[in-house]
Design a protein around this ligand. Structure first.
Ligand code: GLY
Length: 310
């Protein structure tokens, strides 16, 4: 049995972006499906393709933090509970490949910040500029909107210039900004299951902010039963340890993958998240409490790509 499912983020996809997102998903599915000899190869190939596309909030298309820099997170986990993750990675085209190196070349699960960057260079990943003209333009206009927004009284003495009370309101006004984290889950012929996720995080995040995507059990999780990759507002996903909670409910409550994801999403804030799942029996799961979740899947039973944007 061979199965591959990928996503390009939960949130709101602007109508005019649907063809581009669809094309990006199709290419990624193709890239992953051509590497199905090993579930991990398939996941890394699919995610690398989306990191390259510039369309999604990952790799070259990563959004920018408050200082105008891209800081990227990624994680990979297998059904044997092997895991590798990176946080706050800069100037790397394929964070998911660095996460894989952490899993395969070190005794650790996660490297962050300066250490993650040094490790990436030591592993031979070249330094590349991550700041697409499109993202830079959006950054400048958002930054201006933030400056112009009325400042609500800061909590306590928190008058730090780095804490913008206007940010949540700005994100509510532009829900499309949350869209674009990427992920994949694959089950190969030998029953190996791997899940992976990669993100640039959220626009105008504070420097050093860590997403759910690179946190095992939050945005990325795999065990002997299921692989899950989530997307959405990282802070909500982390507070609910979304992926691990859904995986546990699948077993404890004998839920199908979609039902398990949905049971957790119902407890989370509206418009906050979505996820894909794939279990050892080859059952796909897709669920979201946002307007859209862009995803695509393929299986050896029906080897034609299926795309879904709703
Ligand atoms: N889920 C991606 C993020 O919050 O950064």
């Amino acid at each position: 049995m061979e199965r591959l499912i990928i996503h390009g983020g939960a949130g709101r996809i602007r109508e005019e972006n649907i063809p581009r997102v669809g094309e990006g998903l199709r290419e990624a599915l193709e890239a992953g499906w051509s590497r199905m000899d090993h579930a991990t190869d398939a996941v890394v190939a699919a995610i690398s393709s989306m990191e390259d596309s510039g369309i999604f909030d990952a790799g070259k298309g990563s959004v920018l933090n408050l200082q105008g820099q891209a800081e990227m997170d990624a994680a990979l986990m297998t059904h044997e509970r092997r895991a590798g993750a990176v946080a706050n990675l800069r100037r790397v085209a394929h964070p998911i490949q660095v996460a894989r190196k952490v899993m395969e070349e070190t005794e650790h699960v996660m490297l962050a910040g300066r250490g993650a960057n040094l490790f990436a260079r030591a592993m031979g990943f070249p330094s590349v500029r991550i700041r697409s003209p499109e993202r830079w333009k959006t950054y400048q206009s958002l930054r201006q909107s933030l400056r112009d927004a009325p400042r609500s009284p800061a909590r306590g003495s928190g008058a730090s210039p780095l804490v913008y009370p206007g940010l949540p309101a700005l994100l509510r006004k532009h829900p499309e900004l949350l869209h674009g984290t990427v992920g994949a889950v694959a089950l190969d012929r030998r029953g190996r299951l791997t899940a992976g996720t990669s993100t640039g995080g959220i626009f105008l995040k504070l420097e050093g902010r860590v997403s759910d995507s690179c946190l095992v059990g939050c945005g990325t999780y795999a065990d002997e039963h299921v692989g899950i990759s989530a997307t959405g507002i990282g802070e909500s996903i982390i507070r609910h340890t979304f992926a691990r909670t859904a995986a546990e409910r699948m077993v404890a409550r004998r839920l199908a993958p979609s039902a398990a994801l949905l049971s957790v999403l119902r407890e989370m804030p509206r418009d906050s998240a979505g996820a894909i799942a794939l279990d050892r029996k080859g059952r796909f799961g897709i669920a979201h409490n946002t307007r859209n979740l862009a995803c695509a899947w393929i299986s050896d039973r029906q080897p034609a790509p299926h795309l879904r944007m709703s």
